[in-house]
Design a protein around this ligand. Structure first.
Ligand SMILES: [Zn+2]
Length: 133
């Protein structure tokens, strides 16, 4: 049995009290009449289906009967946070650029076996004399 924290009731309640209502943070186009049919269709019908961090809208059906948002990992089902409508999530999915950077860091370095040889600085005879005194 999962428990979900309702940000309005401010307590953990059983999952059965809630209803999942869809993806969060879907912004309605400001002037639907002026956008192309394809853009309107995208707004109406297409939603993200990520494997990992996902922001969702939930409804506290058997409680305060209010909508709130949750950040849930779709792979592990772990709910990282819940927050009130109008608030922004604290937990967000890493961007593609960040993922690429992490892979580059984790990749083994091929030249690791070869130690870099330091080039000896050329010392002029005048400098050698200066060190000796
Ligand atoms: Zn509630």
């Amino acid at each position: 049995m999962h428990h979900i924290y309702c940000p309005y009731c401010e307590e953990m309640r059983e999952e059965e009290e809630y209803s999942y209502t869809g993806e969060a943070h879907i912004e309605r186009p400001k002037d639907p009449a002026s956008i192309a049919d394809e853009a309107w269709g995208d707004y109406l019908f297409f939603r993200a289906n990520p494997r990992g961090i996902h922001h969702e809208m939930w409804y506290h059906t058997a409680g305060c009967r209010r909508y709130f948002n949750a950040t849930r990992d779709t792979h592990s089902y772990q709910i990282h946070e819940t927050y009130k409508m109008g608030e922004l999530p604290a937990v967000t999915a890493p961007t593609k650029a960040a993922l690429v950077a992490d892979k580059a860091k984790a990749a083994p370095v091929k030249d690791k076996a070869k130690p870099k040889t330091k080039t000896k600085a050329k010392v002029t005879p005048e400098e050698q004399q200066g060190d000796a005194s």
